[in-house]
Design a protein around this ligand. Structure first.
Ligand SMILES: [Zn+2]
Ligand SMILES: [Zn+2]
Length: 359
């Protein structure tokens, strides 16, 4: 992990053997890409805590490795989507409203909430891995979850409501597909059939970019438009009555990600409505949905790399009127709301020193 460019194989295998080639391939992946959340994060944090590595962030340098790294990071969603599709995708029963298949979907989604949100919060904030050597990587050193603040309870409640909304979109999609409703374009069954293979792969590659594009617009809609309709700024109205709930997490943690007003959940999960327009495989639907479910965890965990590392979105939580989207789809650069997280030390300190609203 640390000396990933060394010519010696970590398993001391002879040069030219399958083992040494595998070792070299892992070295390349480690050097030029990132492993998926939370695997890389856990491995690197454990290495730092055991003294095998420093807290210096490893930044990828060229666009090709960065692009490869982006797709490697998607592998969590690919695995979760595959398992969900293989074992908990009740399309055969979904033509009838019955509790059995509905509860299959709901329980699986709550299990994902507990594993990813509960697990990452426990790792960083309860088990202490974010405290000792990673302490310097916390954007805002104040403990947002100190006893009596109420932040954790609020975030857990609204995140759970978010998973209810996610489940509702999934249940509706299953039923509409199972009943061959004309609201949705019919799905195709054989992901790997030759005639489907190119669109199967392309749609997987498209999902993360679609998600970030959709997130920018839904999110931007709930901040001031600086335009008034009938005397009211619609964005300012939505911020005050809906989105301000998410911004109560001014010093965010893992549970802040989906801590949104139910109306914001409704807007947020419209990203999964792609089968209204496109012919897709159910796997694409699940990939899209699980990306929406899980990606906010790392984006809000409150730590720089090797934890989630989303200073970009942290700046949005502290300064509010910047960085509405993500670095991956740079809409903020296009529309002048971009603040570079690498050169905004004084801004993050200004924003990071404050208390959470409602503290
Ligand atoms: Zn946020
Ligand atoms: Zn916002």
């Amino acid at each position: 992990m640390v000396n990933s460019r060394t010519s010696l194989c970590r398993w001391n295998a002879r040069e030219g053997t399958v083992c040494s080639r595998l070792c070299a391939a892992i070295d390349v992946l480690e050097s030029y890409s990132k492993m998926t959340f939370p695997v890389e994060n856990i491995v690197r944090i454990l290495a730092i805590n055991s003294g095998e590595a420093t807290t210096t962030a490893r930044r990828t340098k060229n666009w090709a490795s960065e692009l490869g790294g982006r797709y490697l990071r998607l592998s969590t969603y690919l695995v979760v989507s595959y398992l969900a599709y293989a074992y908990t995708w009740p399309i055969q029963e979904a033509h009838e409203w019955k509790w059995g298949w509905i509860m299959t979907v709901v329980i699986r989604n709550f299990a994902i909430e507990i594993v990813f949100y509960g697990g990452w919060h426990s790792f960083l904030y309860s088990l202490g891995y974010g405290q000792s050597k990673l302490r310097g990587k916390k954007f805002n050193k104040e403990d947002q979850y100190r006893a009596g603040s109420g932040h954790l309870q609020r975030e857990q409640l609204y995140t759970t409501l978010g998973f209810c909304m996610s489940s509702a979109f999934e249940i509706a999609t299953l039923h509409l597909w199972a009943t061959k409703s004309r609201i949705l374009v019919p799905f195709y069954d054989d992901f790997f059939a030759l005639e489907n293979l190119s669109r199967s792969v392309l749609h997987c590659l498209f999902v993360a970019y679609w998600r970030d594009f959709h997130f920018y617009w839904v999110h931007r809609m709930m901040h001031k438009w600086n335009v008034k309709l009938f005397g009211v700024d619609p964005g300012g109205f939505l911020y005050k009555h809906v989105h301000s709930l998410h911004h109560k997490s001014r010093n965010p943690g893992p549970w802040s990600g989906l801590s949104m007003h139910p109306i914001e959940h409704l807007f947020y999960y419209t990203c999964v409505l792609t089968p209204v327009v496109f012919t897709i495989h159910p796997f694409h639907f699940l990939l899209n949905k699980f990306h929406a479910d899980i990606s906010p965890v790392a984006g809000h965990d409150g730590y720089d790399q090797p934890a989630g590392g989303s200073k970009f979105h942290y700046l949005h939580h502290t300064l509010v009127d910047c960085n509405y989207g993500t670095p991956m789809v740079p809409m903020d650069v296009l529309f002048g709301s971009y603040i570079n997280p690498e050169t905004s030390v004084e801004l993050s300190q200004r924003g990071g020193g404050g208390k959470q609203k409602g503290s």
